[in-house]
Design a protein. Structure first.
Length: 263
């Protein structure tokens, strides 16, 4: 009995040591194992056995991390001050470098994304930020991916979420859009006038070659006007109809002798 009491603490210590030496890593986790302070190997997933006091392990999650990049004050190339925020998607592809090459890779990636966002967007105008967002997202992704490659991190995507402008700039953009719409309306109206004048010129040439067509057009116009029963129509006779009548009247009228001069 005394032997059991004396072995009890030893067995308890061994159980604690065994429990502290066992690690279970999930499918999306890897363990970076250090032995006496030096890198040994990357373990996992599954059961990992460590030598207590000699080996230590750092867990690394290999899943894609979604990180919000806080709003940054950006001055565009055309001197417009605005606030821009984004969302960053990345994951660890090399657990060894993610632990050894950088301290707290999450914080480091966040700070790098903020500075890169300001630097890249500052090279573009406001119109480019609003209309070419896909190209800017691709540029940001390539730059961040090249800089985080040494840390064993792969940046898969960067999305610009919001571009916030002050009220005066919003009003200026609205005025610009209104002016652009008015310009397009005037251009369309001018193009319509040009096409109409060309068609009228062609019609005038056709009518000039065919005089009877003018009469037909004249009668057609009268028909359209007469469709309204409340209208009173007063129209002159065409000269090519009246002229023969006037000539006949002149020929049939008797000649009146001139009065004799007074004595």
């Amino acid at each position: 009995m005394s032997v059991l009491f004396s072995l009890g603490p030893v067995l308890l210590l061994l159980a604690l040591l065994a429990a502290s030496s066992l690690r279970i890593l999930r499918e999306y986790e890897r363990g970076v194992v250090f032995q006496l302070g030096r890198f040994w190997r990357v373990k996992g997933p599954g059961l990992v056995i460590l030598i207590p006091g000699i080996q230590q392990m750092v867990r690394i999650d290999l899943r894609i991390v979604v990180m919000d990049v806080p709003s940054q004050d950006v001055i565009s190339r055309d001197n417009v001050t605005l606030k821009v925020n984004a969302v960053l998607y990345f994951r660890v592809v090399d657990p060894q470098r993610a632990v050894i090459q950088v301290e707290q890779f999450l914080a480091a990636t966040s700070q790098l994304a903020q500075t890169t966002l300001r630097a890249v967007l500052g090279k573009h105008t406001l119109d480019e930020m609003l209309s070419e967002r896909e190209r800017l997202n691709l540029d940001l992704q390539k730059i961040l991916d090249s800089q985080t490659d040494a840390w064993g991190i792969k940046v898969t995507n960067v999305e610009i979420k919001h571009v916030d402008l002050n009220d005066s700039m919003i009003r200026a953009i609205a005025r610009q859009a209104e002016a652009e719409r008015e310009r397009r309306a005037k251009v369309i109206h001018a193009e319509g006038e040009l096409q109409s004048s060309e068609k009228l010129a062609q019609a005038a040439e056709v009518l000039a070659r065919q005089p009877l067509a003018i009469q037909l057009r004249y009668l057609e116009t009268l028909t359209v006007i007469a469709a309204d029963k409340n209208s009173t129509i007063v129209f002159p006779l065409p000269m090519d109809i009246v002229a023969p009548l006037l000539e006949a009247v002149k020929r049939g009228a008797p000649q009146t002798p001139a009065p004799a001069p007074a004595p």
